[in-house]
Write a protein that binds this ligand. Structure first.
Ligand code: CA
Ligand code: CA
Length: 183
């Protein structure tokens, strides 16, 4: 492309006048992301009402996904959390567990089929008590990603799949949160 001298001068002037020192807003993900979910006591078996993502306070401590439920946790309640660690909207890690029981951690590339079981590597932990399911993720054990996003599903094995609750929505990842402080 060739520019006439006047057009070229105008283009340079426009560049000089524009606030080029301002960094793009999406450069650094936020420290916290909050997902408000609908309160659905009659249609969801184990209703999710809120999900909070929190960056790790330092590189040795975990980032946290705190899921708030519409009622207290009971035996038979289940939680699944998929993490996207590289921003391609495809899951990389799947944490799955049942209340008052054990949880598993798998590598994965889909919402339907798990890959390698890495439960013994202490990459993530799940605890479920009172109104919360709490997932801790240790970013340094999953390659220290810049950010992560999640999909959360709650369910009960004795209830049909249509009573599952997904946040932010079915197989759709949340906005990313910073994984750990930038060094
Ligand atoms: Ca809900
Ligand atoms: Ca991914």
């Amino acid at each position: 492309m060739t520019l006439r001298p006047y057009a070229a001068t105008a283009a340079v002037a426009a560049l000089l006048l524009s606030p080029v020192v301002t960094a793009p807003a999406q450069a650094v993900p936020p420290l916290n992301v909050v997902i408000d979910d609908a309160t659905e006591p009659t249609t969801r078996a184990f209703d999710i009402t809120l999900v909070k993502l929190r960056s790790a306070p330092d590189t040795r401590r975990p980032a946290v996904v705190l899921v708030t439920h519409g009622r207290m946790v009971r035996p038979g309640d289940s939680i699944d959390v998929w993490f996207d660690l590289d921003g391609d909207k495809v899951p990389d890690l799947h944490v799955s567990g049942d209340a008052f029981s054990e949880f598993t951690v798998h590598k994965t590339h889909s919402f339907t089929k798990d890959g390698k079981d890495i439960s013994d590597q202490d990459v993530a932990r799940l605890s479920m008590a009172r109104f919360h399911s709490k997932i801790r993720l240790f970013p340094s054990k999953v390659g220290s990603p810049l950010s992560f996003s999640v999909v959360v599903k709650s369910s009960r094995s004795d209830k049909p799949a249509r009573t599952d609750d997904w946040a932010p929505s079915t197989r759709k990842f949340s906005r990313p949160v910073l994984a750990a402080p930038l060094t």
